[in-house]
Ligand binder design. Structure first.
Ligand code: SPV
Ligand code: MG
Length: 555
């Protein structure tokens, strides 16, 4: 059913129908939300709100039809558009009808002002009207031009506004009804409803009557209904209420100079989100956009004191070490963002005041001296909900490595460097602790493969594994699905609930490493997927590492 048909049927029912004036799409939405059945796209309020201009035909037909179209698109309600005088003669009226119908407008109102018109409400104006014959011709033109037979054409006379008397008002109303108008709008500037009520007593035709009681506001809905009026237009009160609200808001802001002082004057952001359909927008994004990593956040732990790098770390943590003009942390943020991860949290501890992480949220583990990586990670417990990537704060990754981990399916995914196996003999005996791993199905040199090794699962992880048994090295990069994050939180809660007892290789949960909880997850029967990488990362743990970073990083 077209909106014109909806309006037609609404007007066919007994009783008075209210239409409320909108000045833009949002005010129209509020009118709809408040339960009114019809929106009036008002020339007075559109000129005032959208152009801060008087209502004197300064806006072109194209501008007013565009405003009406925005209003119409924002609501499910039928819209009656104020088409002023049709922006010219009958020829202009024909195009006006075509354009407004194309914009989905259900009703069109044409007034018998000459072009350019002057708003009916302005006091002290000399008023000129078209001849009744000419306006009747415009109404006939409008009726012939309409494509949808249900479109409601309202003929409006300004005879009473111009002070031409009741007889002329009746003569014009008759002429326009005979020309085929679906409704007659009888405008009045009298201070009471008496004039309009007298017209109603003398109106002897079936054509229904519309009134706009702006200047006789005391009249009630019931009085108009009892007089037989069909449609009442409350034309500009929404705009006037909005202006009052804006003024009160501005005055409070001028005095208080603090936004929280406005709380009683303004609606919440959520209310605006609701009216403009932010949820619908998000649903479309979820359904149709490539998933990317916009729903993945990252948590970087950079709390430790980095003693192995003294004196470089005397005044800053490892993550703030500079490598060719950018800190380790900045480089991590850049790689994360390049992979689409925008939502980033950093846990700091040692020399926390020196940590600079633009755009990231900061968490503190002030007990970094006595606690371990897990305690640092859980300092950002608020972040460990939904999908997230975990990063050691002292490791640099190539983008491809991070992308591979982010892409891999699985609730808990870790990156394992297979170069370990080739380098093992050269590295033994180990000069520093290494996060060694044993996986269930490591890639074999004899077997070529393409794509992901989704079946390779973590079996053992830790720094005390026999190096000969290790099939790779954990590089300090992991990714948890929402379920994985839940499993992690549960494993941590279990470890904490058991007192501060041992957790895998750690004597106490509070001092445990990230690898300890990975083993706890495996031991509890939760699969941890191992994504293979071959080099493509650098840990900044020793002075040699730091030198290598300077040598290997090009920019
Ligand atoms: C409007 O709202 O623009 C109207 C009604 O046409 S009035 O302002 O009273 O002319
Ligand atoms: Mg108007």
């Amino acid at each position: 059913m077209s909106k014109a048909q909806v309006l037609h049927e609404l007007l066919a029912r007994p009783g008075l129908v209210p239409a409320v004036g909108a000045h833009d799409a949002l005010s129209a939405k509020l009118i709809e939300a408040a339960g009114f059945p019809v929106v009036w796209s008002s020339s007075f309020t559109v000129s005032a709100a959208q152009r801060a201009m008087p209502d004197v035909n300064l806006l072109t037909m194209t501008e007013t039809v565009e405003a009406a179209a925005h209003i119409n698109r924002a609501v499910g309600l039928p819209v009656i558009a104020d088409c002023d005088n049709g922006y010219g003669n009958a020829v202009n009226v024909v195009r006006t009808v075509e354009e407004y119908e194309r914009a989905g407008i259900a009703g069109l109102c044409f007034e018998d002002n000459i072009f350019p018109k002057k708003c009916s409400l302005y006091p002290g104006m000399r008023r000129e009207l078209l001849s009744a014959e000419e306006h009747a011709g415009k109404i006939r033109a409008a009726k012939r031009a309409q494509r949808d037979p249900a479109t409601v054409i309202i003929a409006r006379t300004e005879a009473l506004i111009a002070g031409w008397g009741m007889a002329e008002a009746l003569r014009r109303a008759h002429a326009y009804a005979e020309a085929g108008a679906d409704m007659i709008l009888m405008h009045s500037k009298a201070p009471t409803a008496a004039e309009v009520l007298e017209f109603m007593r003398r109106w002897d035709r079936p054509t229904p009557i519309v009134v706009v009681p702006t200047l006789y506001p005391a009249v009630t809905f019931e009085e108009l209904e009892a007089a037989g009026v069909k449609l009442v237009i409350w034309a500009n009160q929404v705009l006037r209420g909005a202006v009052k609200g804006i003024q009160a808001t501005l005055e409070t802001l001028r005095r208080a100079r603090r936004l929280s002082a406005l709380d009683d004057h303004i609606v919440t952001l959520e209310e605006i989100y609701r009216h403009v359909g932010v949820e619908e927008f998000k649903a479309i994004e979820r359904e149709f956009l490539p998933r990317g990593q916009s729903d993945t956040r990252a948590v970087i732990i950079g709390a430790g004191s980095g003693k192995s790098l003294l004196p470089l770390t005397q005044d800053r943590p490892k993550c703030m070490l500079d490598i060719k003009g950018r800190t380790v942390l900045e480089r991590q943020l850049d790689v994360l963002r390049a992979c689409g991860v925008q939502d980033i949290a950093v846990v700091r501890g040692y020399r926390k005041e020196t940590v600079v992480a633009p755009g990231a949220r900061l968490y503190d583990n002030d007990a970094y001296e006595e606690t371990g990586e897990l305690a640092s990670l859980f300092a950002a417990e608020a972040e460990l909900h939904g999908r997230f990537a975990f990063l050691y704060g002292d490791v640099l990754f190539e983008r491809a490595v991070l992308e591979k981990v982010l892409r891999a399916p699985g609730d808990v995914v870790i990156a394992v460097d297979r170069a370990w196996v080739d380098q093992r003999d050269r590295l033994l005996p180990l000069a520093k602790p290494v996060d060694l791993v044993v996986t269930s199905d490591p890639p074999r040199p004899s077997r070529r493969s393409l794509g992901e090794e989704e079946s390779d699962r973590l079996v053992r992880i830790g720094q005390r594994l026999p190096p000969d048994a290790a099939t790779g090295e954990f590089i300090g990069l992991a990714c948890f699905s929402a379920r994985g994050a839940e499993l992690l939180r549960e494993a941590w809660a279990r470890a904490r609930a058991a007192g501060d007892g041992p957790l895998h290789e750690a004597d106490r949960a509070s001092t445990a490493a990230f690898t300890d909880i990975l083993q706890a997850l495996v031991d509890a029967g939760h699969p941890v997927t191992c994504v293979s990488t071959y080099k493509g990362w650098l840990e900044i743990d020793t002075f040699e590492d730091y030198q290598r970073a300077w040598a290997e990083i090009r920019s």
